[in-house]
Design a protein around this ligand. Structure first.
Ligand code: G3I
Length: 493
């Protein structure tokens, strides 16, 4: 965050705050009948796909063509998911097992199923070092390999032109470990690092309507060298106009679920101007909390546009021994399914917010409270931090806005917090409650009673300016970082 100098505005005016806080506050309050923790669920959707669609996202599954004749499998698939990825059938070993001999039978079967069931189709994958036939791996001449790679992309992406929502154009090109470099592969070794750019340019021409993704695993932790390597690639592509539209984070997680920096990673990629998608989600032992946390991280990032689990039932998973999916071997919904559905429906699942209860929002880095400047009751008065005073201009209650969002209402004024625009640094002021999206906030629970508040319209988080510890420091909105100047402790006054 870069500090900026602001001209005199409301947060610099002489401070009268708290002088009038004891004015009869409750006269402006509406009694909220929703009991604590039981947020209204009237609009809750009953399937993963429908629940995700409420926020314009998809919820998909990897599909094995051979299982489409299993009626239990297709019943779940058709009911719950609105996107399909071919688990293996569009890979090179299936589609071009020998040079220029293209075989699309099993891939077509999946594409046809998606079309007949009105599901989105993700393409997986055009250029990958694995499941790559030996005849490709044996090529040593750069011109030959370039021609072979581009022909493969043209033929495969061309066959499904117009049908693919997103293509994983290049898969898993980065090395594990601390190098942040590309991994050894026939493509890198014979064509050099530029093979990725070439693949994306060819794919754009082959299917101009498809979103073009770079897809990889172990890029969920912002601090990982591999994540940084991919980030540099995407930043470079965007800077030079190389066509790239999305980053697929595979999200194959251990039992603890996503790393603590996951949402930061999603937000940082998105800030480069690409969509992010969770493309192969599975979590060892499928803890409901781990799944819900992962889904919420996506929901908190507006450009996180969809989630795919890597299979349907545990028995369909490449990690079957770890039971990592949302349906058990008999096709029953697991507890993680309910947690994911609730998260997609925006239902509080034991998070810290209780509707109708007054809270002080105390910034974690400074110990100071969110405060309506000068205890003003006027629309337009701004939000700042100030030493905890006990005043009702430092007390807020949460109103359920539906879809997992809340309005935040100042106790002394009855006005709700609103962002002025979608820009980083834009003012947060109190305004008359219209339930506009600029007044709706999603709560990210960090545990221990601290939350971040992300605005629905802007996708930006409530943020104490420049992490200042001073009285009067402005609270505005900024790109979500999860840092302590974006974490507020919920205190009951
Ligand atoms: O179908 C044959 C079967 O007839 C044969 O007897 C058997 C012998 O091993 O192999 C079967 O094929 C297997 C195929 O899955 C279908 O189950 C292959 O051996 C096996 O290698 C293949 O594994 C796939 C793996 O990619 C290959 O790398 C997994 O299904 C698939 O889930 C997995 O998916 C990858 C993503 O594409 C990329 N990200 C990681 C992810 C998990 O590894």
């Amino acid at each position: 965050m870069s500090p900026q100098i602001h001209s005199a505005r409301w947060w610099r005016r002489p401070v009268l705050r708290c002088a009038i806080v004891s004015l009869a506050v409750t006269s402006t309050m509406t009694v909220v009948l929703t009991p604590p923790g039981a947020v209204a669920t009237a609009e809750a959707a009953s399937t993963l796909g429908a629940a995700a669609a409420q926020s314009g996202r998809y919820f998909g599954a990897a599909v094995a063509g051979g299982k489409l004749s299993d009626s239990q499998y297709t019943t779940i698939l058709n009911r719950e998911f609105n996107s399909i990825t071919a688990e293996n059938e569009m890979k090179w070993d299936h589609t071009e097992p020998s040079r220029n001999n293209f075989t699309f039978g099993s891939a077509d079967r999946i594409a046809n199923h998606a079309r007949s069931q009105n599901k989105q189709l993700r393409g997986h994958t055009l250029v990958w070092h694995s499941q790559l036939p030996d005849w490709v791996k044996a090529i040593r001449d750069a011109n030959t390999l370039r021609g072979v790679m581009n022909n493969h992309i043209n033929q495969v992406a061309g066959r499904y032109r117009g049908q693919i929502h997103s293509w994983d154009v290049v898969n898993e090109a980065f090395e594990d470990g601390g190098s942040g470099a590309l991994r050894q592969s026939v493509f890198r070794d014979v064509l050099g690092n530029g093979f990725i750019e070439e693949a994306f340019r060819t794919a754009r021409t082959a299917d101009p309507a498809a979103k073009l993704c770079y897809n990889d695993y172990n890029i969920e932790d912002w601090n990982a060298a591999k994540t940084q390597g991919v980030y540099r690639l995407v930043r470079d592509f965007k800077a030079r106009g190389v066509p790239i539209d999305c980053v697929g984070l595979q999200a194959h997680f251990g039992s603890g679920g996503a790393p603590g920096t996951f949402q930061t990673t999603l937000a940082n990629f998105a800030a480069l101007g690409v969509d992010v998608q969770l493309t192969e989600l599975d979590i060892a032992q499928a803890s409901p909390n781990a799944y819900a946390g992962t889904v919420r991280a996506c929901l908190n990032v507006p450009r996180c546009t969809g989630i795919t689990t890597w299979g349907v039932r545990d028995s369909d998973s490449w990690r079957g021994g770890e039971n990592p999916l949302l349906f058990d071997r008999s096709g029953n919904k697991k507890p993680a399914y309910e947690a994911v559905l609730a998260a997609l429906n925006g239902v509080s699942t034991g998070g810290p917010i209780q509707v109708g209860v007054n809270y002080r929002l105390v910034a974690q880095h400074s110990g100071k409270a969110a405060d309506i400047a000068n205890a003003s009751t006027s629309a337009g008065a701004g939000l700042q931090q100030w030493a905890v005073s006990g005043g009702s201009n430092q007390q807020f209650d949460f109103l359920d806005a539906g879809g997992g969002y809340y309005r935040i209402r100042a106790r002394h004024s009855g006005l709700v917090l609103q962002v002025a625009s979608s820009s980083s640094g834009a003012d947060v002021t109190q305004q008359a409650d219209t339930n506009a999206t600029a007044q709706q906030w999603r709560v990210t629970d960090h545990g221990n009673g601290t939350v971040s508040l992300v605005n629905r319209q802007s996708g930006l988080a409530l943020d104490v300016w420049a992490a200042s510890a001073a009285d009067g420091a402005r609270i505005s909105q900024w790109t979500y970082t999860g840092n302590s100047n974006q974490r507020f402790q919920l205190q009951r006054p």
